[in-house]
Design a protein around this ligand. Structure first.
Ligand SMILES: *Cc1c(COP(=O)(O)O)cnc(C)c1O
Length: 409
């Protein structure tokens, strides 16, 4: 079947590199037309089809925290690919129990907690596991999960229902029931949403997609206290914040407390798809064999990558790198005249622009060789790899400063 291409479809086809004789783009239009095709990466840099170089200050949305083509991760994947890709979770494999143990130790900031891990393939799946665990733990009649407005927890039906952005719900109604939302960083409003049907509270330590808004220490500590008082689970979504991104191994560690359940994904595989749901052992014990499962979760290919990621991150003290580079970016970006404010933690930052459309600024930065994205209409998100040097920061600030000068001229 041949159809006329719309201009958007034509742009999509061209930027995807599809041949001109193709009468339609073979990809579903869930994303806008991609502005560039990247063909390789090296450390903090990406290269397109013409070998133009870009400084990557987005890391594939906080995924490639060790940079592109990291030798230790590449070697682990290549070596595993020649030995064993998959056998199913009916059998043991070499890496998943090691990675689970390392995650448990990092949750305890260096001291094992004794919790347990369920592996899956994405952030949404890690939250699905947490939601099912909360329902299993709560028991019949106690299944409600309270999340925050402006949160983001994924795009499956249940994680979309958990996501506190009503505009994203409408076209997909009816969504699974059992979710309620409270105003972000407002403990009194959260308390009003709790009753004896509530199994758990699910929160990000820094709302990433919602605009890079960190929780306050009073809020998180208050949530921990409410959950303790009422026997509810405190579940923290660390999919974007986990693995040193915020300057601690996990974002909740800024608040001096231990959640009951922690979900993670993005940076764990440095680009290899892998997610995980960690829970305290007495909580994990609510799951019985057969309650939850996945074909691919925890398979050797993904866990070999994760093992190399966690070894490397500990060897280079990734949280320290995120703290120092984050402070450096905050200092120098704040000197740009078109910048109102820089917020965030570690290397998860939002740059609030003065009267400049963030999406326009992000597109201009891309043209100028800097990858960032507009996280709100007025703010750019910076989530560079944790391995960036002061030279990378200077280069990024020079490009950004030039773009902002041009746009405000
Ligand atoms: C990205 C993200 C998710 C969803 O992860 P996917 O791998 O895209 O399913 C969930 N929660 C948070 C906080 C995220 O940033």
């Amino acid at each position: 079947m041949s159809a006329e291409r719309t201009p958007v479809q034509e742009k999509h086809r061209q930027s995807a590199g599809a041949p001109a004789e193709m009468d339609h783009c073979p990809l579903m239009p869930t994303y806008g037309p991609p502005p560039v095709m990247f063909t390789r990466g090296e450390g903090a840099y990406l290269f397109d089809r013409q070998d133009k170089r870009y400084l990557d200050f987005l890391s594939g949305l906080a995924v490639t925290s060790l940079g592109h083509a990291h030798p230790a991760v590449a070697e682990a994947i290549a070596e595993q690919a020649t030995r064993l890709l998959h056998v199913s979770n009916l059998y043991a494999t070499e890496h998943n129990w090691v990675v689970a143990g390392e995650i448990d130790k990092l949750i305890g900031d260096g001291t094992p907690v004794g919790g347990q891990v369920f592996f899956c393939n994405s952030g949404a799946e890690s939250n699905e596991a947490a939601i099912k665990l909360a329902r299993r733990f709560g028991g019949h009649g106690r299944h409600v999960v309270v999340a925050a407005f402006d949160s983001f927890h994924g795009r499956t039906l249940a994680t979309l229902a958990a996501t506190g952005q009503p505009a994203k719900w409408e076209t997909f109604q009816p969504l699974p029931e059992g979710f309620r939302h409270a105003i972000w960083n407002d403990l009194a409003d959260l308390e009003r949403q709790l009753d004896d049907t509530t199994a758990a509270v699910l929160l990000e330590p820094v709302q990433g997609e919602g605009g890079v808004n960190p929780a306050t220490i009073e809020y998180f500590q208050g949530v921990r206290r409410l959950c303790d008082e009422r026997g509810m689970l405190m579940m923290v979504d660390e999919v974007q914040t986990g693995f040193a991104r915020t300057g601690r191994w996990f974002g909740f560690q800024h608040f001096d407390l231990l959640p009951d359940v922690v979900t993670m994904a993005k940076a764990l595989g440095n680009g290899m798809p892998i997610g995980a749901c960690w829970a305290k052992r007495e909580v994990a014990a609510a799951f019985q064999p057969g309650d939850h499962a996945t074909t691919y979760g925890g398979q050797p290919m993904a866990t070999s990558a994760a093992r190399a990621v966690l070894e490397t991150m500990q060897a280079i003290d990734a949280p320290f790198l995120a703290r120092s580079a984050g402070a450096e970016i905050m200092r120098s970006v704040a000197t740009l005249p078109q910048v109102n404010d820089v917020r965030g933690l570690g290397l998860l930052l939002a740059v609030e622009l003065d009267g400049i459309d963030a999406r326009v600024a992000a597109a201009k930065c891309l043209d100028a060789g800097l990858v960032v994205n507009g996280v709100t209409a007025t703010a750019l998100r910076l989530a560079p790899p944790l391995i960036i040097t002061p030279e990378h920061v200077a280069e990024a600030v020079a490009i950004l400063g030039g773009v902002l000068d041009e746009l405000s001229a």
